[in-house]
Design a protein. Structure first.
Lengths: 250, 625, 97
């Protein structure tokens, strides 16, 4: 019981964090906390197989998928703060509260009877008991599940695949386009400037400084800009930086 | 030979069909086709009439049945035509004057680019009018009756680009509908009472019918006659009808169509003979119209409207005569024919004047035209002398006879007719003085000139007829000729000798001429119409056509409009309101229900969640209960 | 026993509210996963109460289905993002005409 009382508050706080976190990555981390805690609660409740599956499937695979997609979709898709649907938040809160309280009252308080426990069922070990059910009583459902999984895999492949609508650009095309852009709009045909040059850092999130000390936005990745994670280079004290560099040389 | 009488109608009808369907290629010679069609009809009419003259008196009514028009149960109508003494005279008048007017129109409409269509309509009119007078069945007559109404409508509105012409055509059509209603009801009454609408059969059945039926039938026919002949109270359309081209005014609105009412009354002589009330109604209508028309004729400065007032007045004379019973029928027809001559003559003369005056109809802009247009003046003068009843001219005989007969019937009716004769002389002299005598009051760029020969020859012909029309009365020829149709007249003995009567009538007319000469011949005439406020109340009333339009407006138009508005309002608010109200409420409900349908998946999720909460609440309620 | 079920219900409610108020499709998805996990907890708890393993089997199936669902769902999100450059669920409101 100690484990439960230890974990329950953590889980609730983490779940609330999932709902209220501004950034999707934080939400994902909160969800991971809830899932791992759940795994522990499974273990406590005589379900060692589910404990393992929870860790492997949920925390391992599904959470990784989420993070992976987050990375793909990028941080530009973070929530706008303003609510677009009128009254949505208010009604969600009211109905959520109503639902929670009613559910706890209606279901939580109506469960009676003694706890039988799984001592008997787990006689030959928990995985053994589960396997007996899965391949016996529930074998048909199990088969259907496999069909579902295959379908899902195919569906994901179809959805993720995108037809190429334009012909592939060869290196020659790219070079020609760059020169054309240069001719039309004076855009530099060479690679973008690298970050960090003449800035205090040479990290990727620090924009390079032009000789007159102004930061060069195009030297850093656009996703860092949109994420607001650009570090200000030391622009006002070039002299001091040079001194530091000289000291470093000695 | 009389089997061919359908050709009388078919020829102009074919002419109209050809002219209307041929197309632009016929523009160059369409007027010739139209004129030839009318002339051919006239020639055939003359041949038939000559044959009729050669027959013995009891074999002068020839009925031809072409085919069965309607055969429904007891109702049987033959498409049959009767060529007898009465319709024969009418055929000659219609086709004769019609042909002259066709010829005249060749010149008058020369510069109108739609001349071909004009001739098509004229031919259509001739065909319809002949159908009307030849019909041996009231329903066939009604066909012609409506046909002339249609032709009249088309021709009044011939220049439909003018709003006033289009409105006048509409007005004529609508007012005529009122009369047509009477005619239609009369035919229905005939069928209901006698089971037939054939003229002959109705005439034979009438003596056996009750007095009230005869009276009702007579009054209904009179209503129809009033509409067509512009008699009070359905007179208002005729003055507006002058918006049409002048040959139309001459042919339709002076010589022929407007006299159809008189024809109807004479043709239905048996009905009116059977009902004293109906006959008296005819007399009253005729007398009132004769005075009203004369009054209006005295005040109008528009030459065509003055003549239209005169037409009303003269048709009033015919009606009056027709109302006098067998004694007057022949004189009604006689006056109708002479009037057809001299009034067509004068209308065409007026057209000739307008032709020379740049289509100006304002008599106050005329003056001293006798030198500029000698032929027009001379022929117009013949018509003028005829209408005022100058001894020896056609109008002298015909009008005298009517007034005499009126005195024979009733002193006051005779007095009314006598006064009418004086007033006629007054306004016609006024018209003559303002147009052909006095000073030149022409507008600057007007150069009056005589009309081309194609226009003056018909004038000369009609002028001659105006002069010689009285020959028909030679030896009471027309009275005897028509006797088999209209019945024998008892000769009324007047209290005074006939020659004295004639002297009285002629002096009355001379008095009118003298008064008019003093008023308009001796004094200069203003170049513009005096304003309403500066003239006497009598003149003002005459100018406003005795407020006939205002009366119609107040009695019929405005109540109808209010009723229509109310019905529209009721339809919109009551009927539509109910229907659209249901639809609107449904729409509102849908709009209300639509609000939650935001299209946002989170909204739908919220509703699902709310539903789940409700299910839980219900569960809790059940558990606790 | 009740405390497990209560915890499960609380987590479920928090997950549903999250679905309702978050607009980032990925976060919404994570909230759905939270709801699934909450039900799994209830399954496992009931399994212990009744002393048989059917509840655990059900939880197992839920996990499998959740895995399939996540795969397809995330693929959809990625493809929507590819065409619309947005992962907000409010952007996809074509249901409203």
């Amino acid at each position: 019981m100690t484990t439960f009382w230890l974990l329950a508050p953590i889980m609730v706080i983490a779940a609330l964090g999932l709902v209220f976190a501004k950034k999707a990555v934080h939400a994902a981390l909160c969800l991971a906390i809830v899932m791992i805690s759940l795994a522990v609660l499974y273990a406590v409740q005589d379900a060692p197989f589910l404990f393992v599956v929870q860790i492997i499937v949920y925390t391992g695979a599904i959470m990784m998928l989420f993070l992976f997609v987050l990375m793909l979709v990028g941080v530009e898709s973070s929530d706008a703060v303003k609510e677009t649907i009128k009254g949505q938040r208010f009604f969600a809160a009211v109905i959520g509260l109503l639902f929670g309280v009613t559910a706890v009252l209606a279901i939580g308080q109506t469960i009676t009877g003694t706890v039988v426990g799984l001592k008997g069922a787990n006689e030959n070990g928990n995985p053994y008991g589960l396997a007996e059910l899965l391949f016996g009583k529930y074998v048909l459902a199990f088969e259907f599940t496999s069909a579902l999984l295959i379908t899902a895999a195919l569906g994901a492949m179809v959805l993720a695949h995108s037809e190429r609508l334009t012909p592939r650009q060869t290196q020659a095309d790219i070079a020609a386009r760059r020169m054309r852009e240069y001719a039309e709009s004076r855009r530099h045909p060479g690679p973008l400037p690298v970050p960090g040059v003449f800035a205090r850092h040479n990290a990727v999130d620090t924009p390079a400084l032009l000789p007159d000390g102004t930061p060069l936005e195009s030297s850093i990745s656009s996703s860092l800009v949109s994420r607001g994670q650009v570090v200000e280079g030391n622009t006002d004290n070039v002299e001091a930086t040079l001194d530091q560099l000289e000291e470093g040389d000695k | 030979m009389f089997d061919l009488q359908w050709l009388l109608i078919a020829i102009p009808l074919a002419g109209a069909a050809i002219l209307l369907t041929w197309g632009k290629e016929a523009d160059g010679f369409g007027h010739i086709i139209g004129t030839l069609a009318s002339a051919a009809s006239f020639v055939l009419g003359v041949i038939l009439f000559a044959q009729l003259l050669g027959k013995p008196e009891d074999d002068r009514s020839h009925t031809t049945t072409l085919f069965t028009w309607i055969d429904a149960g007891r109702f049987h109508v033959d498409m049959s035509f009767t060529f007898d003494q009465l319709s024969g005279l009418f055929v000659l008048l219609i086709t004769g004057v019609g042909t002259l007017i066709h010829v005249y129109s060749i010149g008058y409409m020369e510069h109108d680019e739609r001349r071909r269509r004009f001739f098509a309509f004229l031919n259509l009119f001739i065909a319809a009018m002949l159908t009307l007078v030849l019909a041996a069945d009231y329903l066939v007559m009604f066909l012609g009756w409506e046909g002339v109404g249609l032709a009249s409508y088309l021709l009044i509105g011939f220049w439909q680009h003018k709003d006033s012409a289009a409105a006048a055509a509409k007005k004529a059509f609508v007012v005529n509908r009122v009369g047509d209603l009477g005619m239609a009801l009369a035919i229905m009454l005939m069928f209901a009472q006698f089971g037939t609408s054939a003229v002959e059969a109705v005439n034979q059945s009438i003596p056996g019918a009750s007095q009230s039926v005869a009276t009702a039938m007579g009054l209904l026919l009179l209503l129809g006659a009033c509409g067509k002949s512009a008699q009070v109270p359905l007179q208002s359309w005729l003055l507006d009808a002058m918006e049409g081209p002048t040959p139309v005014s001459a042919l339709i609105h002076a010589a022929t169509m407007v006299t159809a009412g008189v024809y109807l009354v004479v043709r239905s002589a048996a009905v009116f003979d059977a009902s004293e009330v109906a006959r008296n109604a005819v007399i009253i209508v005729g007398l009132v119209t004769l005075l009203v028309g004369a009054w209006i004729g005295c005040t109008k400065d528009d030459i065509k409207k003055a003549l239209a007032g005169s037409t009303m007045s003269q048709i009033g004379y015919m009606m009056l005569a027709a109302g006098l019973g067998p004694a007057g029928y022949a004189f009604a027809i006689f006056h109708l024919i002479t009037h057809g001559f001299f009034k067509a003559n004068m209308f065409l003369g007026a057209g000739s004047v307008m032709h020379g005056m740049n289509d100006d109809v304002e008599m106050r802009h005329y003056g001293a035209l006798r030198k500029a247009m000698p032929i027009t003046f001379a022929t117009f003068a013949l018509g003028y002398l005829a209408i005022i009843g100058f001894p020896g001219f056609s109008g002298f005989f015909s009008k005298d006879k009517i007034i005499e007969t009126a005195f024979g019937e009733n002193f006051w009716v005779g007095m009314g007719a006598l006064i009418g004769a004086g007033v006629t002389a007054f306004y016609m002299t006024r018209l003559m003085m303002m147009t052909f005598f006095g000073d030149q009051r022409w507008k600057e760029d007007v150069h009056p000139h005589e009309s081309p020969k194609v226009m003056t020859y018909p004038l000369i012909a009609l002028g001659a007829l105006s002069l010689l029309g009285g020959l028909l009365l030679l030896g009471d020829w027309i009275v005897e000729w028509l006797e088999p149709v209209v019945g024998h007249a008892e000769h009324h003995e007047l209290g005074i000798p006939v020659w004295l009567m004639t002297v009285i009538i002629t002096s009355t007319a001379a008095l009118g001429v003298g008064l008019s000469y003093l008023t308009y011949g001796r004094r200069p005439i203003a170049g513009e119409t005096p304003s309403d406020s500066s003239v006497s109340i009598w003149t003002r009333a005459g100018r406003h056509e005795l407020y006939g339009n205002e009366i119609n407006d107040a009695l019929a138009v405005r109540p109808t409009r209010h009723l229509t508005r109310f019905l529209v309002w009721f339809d919109r608010m009551g009927v539509d309101g109910l229907v659209t109200g249901i639809a609107d409420r449904l729409g509102d409900t849908s709009q209300f229900l639509r609000q939650p349908q935001t299209g946002y998946v989170r909204s739908y999720a919220l509703m699902m969640f709310g539903g789940a909460a409700l299910v839980l609440l219900a569960l809790l309620a059940v558990t606790l209960a | 026993m009740n405390e497990y079920i209560t915890l499960s219900l609380i987590l479920f409610t928090i997950g549903s509210v999250g679905v309702l108020i978050r607009r980032n499709a990925i976060v919404v998805f994570m909230c759905i996963e939270l709801m699934l996990n909450a039900t799994n907890l209830a399954f496992v708890s009931f399994s212990r109460q009744h002393g048989n393993l059917d509840g655990q089997v059900a939880a197992f199936f839920v996990m499998v289905v959740a895995a399939a669902e996540v795969v397809v769902g995330l693929a959809i999100i990625v493809s929507i993002y590819r065409t619309r450059r947005s992962a907000s669920v409010d952007e996809a409101s074509l249901l409203k005409s």
